[in-house]
Ligand binder design. Structure first.
Ligand code: GPU
Length: 833
């Protein structure tokens, strides 16, 4: 429907352009207006939540005018756009970020203060947007920030889950999950009830002859409606405001099935509606694990089909030829979750648009890029053929055809390798047969990338080795992950950001992070070091207060803060950390009071969620809490060791925790952590790290220098042999680790039986994650940490040096690499604010 205003009437629109506030008075007017009209309240009942809502609405109005202009400009210039498809966007809070990116935080601060509020308290009212599990979802959020900041025409597409990742409570030392219902009031989203797409499931395929051509028709089944919700994404120091479009599911054909309603079948018409809404109801809470649930596959197709319909609709407006599609559209697949987009685009082109298969396939493969985020076998997606057949019958046929043509090519190129076809087939010939989504993603994309150098090398030599032979090595590339310095330095650590700005020629480092190198000149500046140390201390005081408020445990901010916060997973080895903590405790207990006085006080801080069905991860949480319960009240120990488990780790907590760490732990078994991104956040905030030679730790070491990081443990190339030896040779446990186990088994930390599986995993079940092999080296690395920390002057110098060399790890650099090497898109030049 053409809804554009005719030319003669546009004059009136232009006369009445909305002007956004620019100063304190303008801001206050907007806040008061929103409190009194939008919220229908007044100065007599305006609490902090109302102040938060009104402030957000004031900034939202501003963003949306920028958003409109950005979209108009992008449409008018009609250049290539990027579409980032991700099942997770772990955005965190929006208000603080919007204020900083728009550059009016100081004005808001003064305005709110005049109206009777402290800006920090107002910011804290916001509920995190937690539509993700961990690193993969947060990476998507950092990428959106960089895309907008660098003025790329880019959209994110995701699902609008009614429930994000669950909230974690710790009750009696155990994790308890509480649903995260976050949509009660969300000022950052715009429902677009006019932007809907009907999504088909089930049904059957028939052949029809149309204009002499034989065409496949997918008919019948059921229809669910996708409704768009838009979230504006402001760039930093630019007027570019991009869009994140999240799809919500609802029953098609309005509120009820009226026929059923009228015939008295009220319940079943409501049930149908609820069934439709179930699709976007909840985020699957697994990290690095795929469990093959039917509803998850429904989510994937629902989201992918709605997004592609939207992208194709936008392309068609430009009335270009189909072969120009890849010049206008780049689609990036964030892991294999959106792989069905490849099949869906092929279906649209051949079944609906009537293109020949080969022409369509050329367009498809030129359009997509695929990012792999793991080599863990349990995380590689596979779907039973029968399930795909039932849910998406036409798509299964297309997958079989894609596979057929692919395998024909392989057979020609490798006539002597009979086993090759079995190994690379998109269909795994198992019982039941499975569709291998990663292989489909590779075959349907023009580029495949890993997320750190080691990881990108590993995928080429292990899980995707055959595909390197088939396509050549150039199809595979690396884009090392990064983080946005706007949120992870400027917003999380305003005082450090200000100190850095004072030595780096202002805030330019926030958009050119390599400018941090200027800090290195100031490493020996006494005054600078002193201010640096004061800021770290203040950040630790803030965290200590949070620890006191939430756990009741008093920690001394002068202690060394040792932090491991991330999803709980055996491969990330929180168990190694807690065994190390017990070892430290036993060593302290064995000392005389005199010896103890010479020890360095430490606080071991853990945080992170376990997937609700991941029993072993939950046992690890329980052990940390049990150790804390004993150690924290041991009078022999006092401040020398405290063990804290922080409840409900999320993005906004990370913003408080990262600036307060002295040392953080990134200690995955070598070869298992694809990249890691919190390692970057901690170093950027002036903390050092202890880590294995894994993921981005390796590149961080190369940048900051070996003397500014604490590395330990076996290398990735030795892991396979060690595992083999555990299983087939004699497996001896490190003697110090053995003592730790004996102490647990004595009942020192509660019922030993609770932890017997954790111990057995190391002692009797092959120690798959090499906890024992790395234990000695881990303990020694921590001794080096203690020694280094004693010399505070040197320690601060190390921290400053490390920060000055972190320029590489901005997500701006990643986005530029993707833009150049994978997407072939250019930024649109725009005026600043
Ligand atoms: N990652 Br697969 C997740 O957070 N969830 C997943 O399901 C998968 C990967 C992470 C990797 O574990 C982490 O190493 C990486 O830094 C991050 O993706 C972003 O690439």
């Amino acid at each position: 429907v053409e809804a554009s205003i005719p030319e003669p009437q546009r004059e009136a629109w232009k006369r009445n352009q909305i002007t956004s506030f620019v100063d304190k008075d303008g801001f206050e007017q907007e806040v008061v207006r929103h409190v009194e009209t939008t919220l229908a309240r007044s100065m007599f009942n305006c609490d902090e939540i109302a102040a938060y809502s009104a402030t957000s609405l004031a900034f939202r109005d501003r963003l949306i005018t920028h958003w409109n202009k950005t979209q108009q400009r992008q449409t008018y210039r009609d250049t290539k756009r990027v579409y980032y498809l991700s099942l997770e966007f772990l955005m965190g809070r929006a208000l603080d970020n919007a204020m900083l990116n728009v550059g009016l935080k100081d004005i808001a601060k003064d305005g709110l203060s005049e109206l009777g509020f402290r800006i920090e308290d107002v910011i804290k009212q916001e509920h995190d947007a937690a539509l993700g599990n961990g690193g993969l979802g947060r990476l998507a959020a950092c990428f959106l920030d960089s895309l907008a900041t660098l003025n790329y025409p880019a959209w994110g597409y995701g699902l609008r889950y009614r429930y994000g990742i669950f909230k974690q409570e710790i009750i009696d030392g155990y994790q308890v999950e509480v649903p995260d219902y976050w949509l009660d009031f969300n000022p950052w989203e715009f429902p677009r009830h006019d932007v809907t797409v009907d999504i088909q499931f089930f049904g059957q395929v028939s052949k029809k002859t149309i204009d002499g051509k034989s065409m496949c028709m997918w008919e019948g089944g059921e229809i669910v409606q996708a409704v768009a919700y838009d979230v504006p994404i402001p760039g930093y120091d630019t007027s570019t405001t991009n869009n994140l479009r999240l799809w919500s599911s609802k029953a098609s054909g309005g509120e009820f099935d009226f026929q059923k309603f009228n015939s008295g079948d009220y319940e079943s018409s409501v049930a149908e509606q609820q069934r439709a809404e179930t699709i976007s109801a909840v985020l699957y809470p697994n990290d690095n694990l795929e469990r093959g649930k039917e509803l998850r596959l429904k989510q994937q197709y629902f989201w992918v089909a709605a997004s592609l319909y939207d992208i194709v609709r936008r392309f068609k407006k430009s009335k270009r030829q189909w072969k120009e599609f890849p010049d206008q559209v780049a689609i990036q697949l964030n892991d294999t979750h959106p792989t069905l987009a490849i099949v869906e685009l092929q279906r649209i082109l051949i079944d609906i648009e009537g293109l020949p298969w080969d022409d369509a396939w050329e367009i498809v493969t030129s359009t997509f890029g695929y990012t792999n985020h793991t080599v863990l076998p349990e995380a590689l997606e596979k779907w039973p053929v029968g399930l795909v057949q039932h849910l998406l019958p036409r798509h299964l046929q297309i997958i079989y055809d894609i596979n057929l043509y692919f395998l024909q090519g392989v057979e020609k190129a490798f006539p002597d390798d009979r086993d090759m076809l079995r190994r690379v087939s998109i269909i795994e010939e198992s019982q039941p047969k499975m569709v291998r989504m990663a292989f489909l993603a590779i075959v349907g994309s023009h580029k495949v990338n890993g997320v750190a150098e080691l990881h990108s090398d590993l995928i080429k030599t292990t899980i995707f080795k055959d595909f390197v032979k088939i396509y050549g090595v150039d199809k595979f590339t690396n884009v090392t992950n990064g983080i946005t310095p706007r949120r992870w330095l400027h917003q999380a650590n305003p005082r450090l950001s200000e100190l850095i700005a004072s030595r780096c020629g202002g805030n330019a480092f926030l958009t050119d992070l390599t400018l941090l190198s200027q800090l290195e000149r100031h490493v020996d500046d006494k005054q600078f070091r002193k201010e640096w140390a004061e800021i770290k201390y203040a950040n630790k005081v803030r965290l200590a207060k949070h620890i006191k408020d939430t756990t009741g445990v008093v920690v001394n901010p002068a202690s060394l803060f040792d932090v491991q916060v991330k999803r709980i997973h055996e491969y990330k080895r929180q168990q190694l950390n807690v065994f190390g903590v017990i070892h430290r405790y036993l060593s302290l207990k064995a000392m005389t009071p005199e010896q103890r006085k010479k020890q360095l006080p430490r606080v071991s801080i853990f945080g992170g969620k376990a997937a609700p069905g991941y029993w072993m991860a939950k046992q690890i949480i329980h052990l940390v809490n049990s150790v804390g319960a004993v150690v924290n009240k041991d009078e022999d120990i006092g401040d020398l060791l405290k063990v804290i488990f922080l409840e409900d780790y999320n993005v906004s907590k990370a913003e408080m925790i990262c600036p307060a760490s002295d040392i953080s732990e990134h200690i995955s078994t070598a070869g298992t952590e694809a990249s890691g991104t919190s390692n970057m956040k901690f170093v950027l905030n002036g903390g050092l790290i202890i880590g294995t030679c894994d993921g981005a730790n390796i590149e961080i070491t190369r940048e900051v220098g070996e003397s500014n990081i604490f590395l330990f443990g076996n290398l990735s190339e030795d892991v396979e042999d060690l595992r083999h030896a555990h299983t087939y040779g004699s497996h001896t446990i490190d003697p110090d680790l053995d003592k730790v186990f004996n102490e647990i088994e004595k009942g020192t930390f509660g019922t030993p039986h609770d932890f017997s599986a954790m111990i057995a995993a190391v002692r009797h079940h092959g120690d798959y994650y090499l906890v024992s092999d790395d234990f000695r080296s881990y303990i020694e690395a921590h001794q080096l940490v203690d020694e280094a920390y004693r010399n505070q002057d040197d320690w601060i110098a190390k921290c400053i040096t490390a920060v000055s060399r972190m320029g590489f790890f901005t997500s701006d650099r990643c986005i530029e690499e993707y833009a150049e090497e994978i997407w072939n898109v250019e930024p649109l030049a725009v005026d600043r604010h």
